[in-house]
Design a protein around this ligand. Structure first.
Ligand code: SF4
Length: 237
């Protein structure tokens, strides 16, 4: 075993221990709102992952979590800010946490009105550049809208942080109930397939083309998907 494999092994063991200690509150998290249907189905069926991330992937996730926590700590120094605010559906097994909940406006960072749900995303420099003109990713908007729906917020605030330079970009969007409703209807659709044991097609909400894990240049979600091998075997039937 070379040194790189040893490092990956240690990263995986640490990650698995950390995951084992975390309580699972639901199969259906808001963070999955824009995720691939098929992937969510594998998760809900407790299918054993076959393509765990390598050492670099785990490192990127750990750096992302570290930045996320530090940014939360920095923003919570403003008055009226709560972090990691849980929500749960009373009728269905949906749950999640909002990164931030603002109960007072903070004009200097574009938080106008209240209450407002805030979501933090650490991204690479390329994604930050794209977002300057193209806005936030659809999946992130959906996720924030679902949290805001349950926490009865009047708007969402999305913050992108560049992992390398710590440059930031933010957007405030008024709450869009129809968006939250459609995201919930879509989560429910995948949940019904889970209950029936029927596997969904490969679908990424908001995208016209189905992702293909076997493509020469697969979608980034497939590249980082822990069920890529299984999905390839199952085909898109
Ligand atoms: S490999 Fe791609 S298409 Fe298959 S479940 Fe994962 S993200 Fe979805």
């Amino acid at each position: 075993m070379n040194l790189e494999d040893r490092i990956t092994d240690v990263f995986r063991i640490e990650r698995d221990l950390e995951r084992a200690g975390r309580e699972r509150t639901s199969h259906w998290y808001a963070s999955g709102a824009g995720d691939c249907w098929r992937k969510r189905w594998y998760m809900s069926q407790d299918v054993e992952p076959d393509s765990p991330p390598d050492g670099r992937g785990i490192l990127a996730m750990d750096v992302g979590s570290y930045i996320h926590e530090r940014i939360q700590a920095a923003i919570s120094t403003y008055p009226g800010v709560e972090v990691e605010v849980p929500w749960r559906d009373e009728m269905a097994p949906y749950g999640g946490r909002a990164d931030l909940l603002f109960s007072e406006p903070i004009p200097e960072i574009g938080v106008e009105g209240a209450p407002i749900v805030g979501e933090i995303k650490s991204v690479g420099s390329y994604k930050l550049r794209l977002a300057r003109t193209g806005g936030p990713e659809w999946a992130h908007v959906l996720q924030a809208a679902v949290c805001a729906w349950y926490l009865r917020a009047e708007a969402v605030w999305l913050l992108y942080v560049d992992r390398d330079s710590l440059r930031t970009l933010w957007w405030r969007r008024p709450m869009d109930n129809s968006l939250a409703r459609s995201a919930l209807a879509e989560i429910d659709q995948v949940r019904r397939l889970h209950l029936d044991g029927r596997m969904p097609h490969r679908v990424i909400p908001g995208e016209d083309e189905a992702p293909d894990p076997d493509a020469a240049k697969p979608h980034w979600r497939c590249r980082y998907c822990a069920w890529r091998g299984r999905c390839s075997e199952d085909g898109d039937s």
